[in-house]
Design a protein around this ligand. Sequence first.
Ligand code: ZN
Length: 119
Amino acid sequence: MSSSNSRFLYGIFPEVNMKRCHGDFLINQILTTHGCYPVHPHRIFGKSADCEYGRDQGTVSHYVYECQIYREVRQKYFPKNLFQLGILELILNTRAKIGLKIIIQDILTKSLAGVESSS
Ligand SMILES: [Zn+2]
């Protein structure tokens, strides 16, 4: 695990055992940051690290808190005080967790299909 990933996990789990299992593949994509996000392939393959909208880096927090692609998912599933909540608090929120899974599933599907921005 790289030191930047360690810092990311420490931010989510400041006091919690990192081996704690959430038993959920999609949620684990967030917790490990080893998933399908553009930022990670960028490190390995030198692909663009931008999200397909091309405005920002495709990081977990970008997709969850900012990305225009998932604006409707945020409105539908995430609490109004989203921006005061951390990722872990969203995971522990039953409804927000559904929204997170929708976002992750979508990113994963696009990633596996090799979709890249053409604009
Ligand atoms: Zn975006």
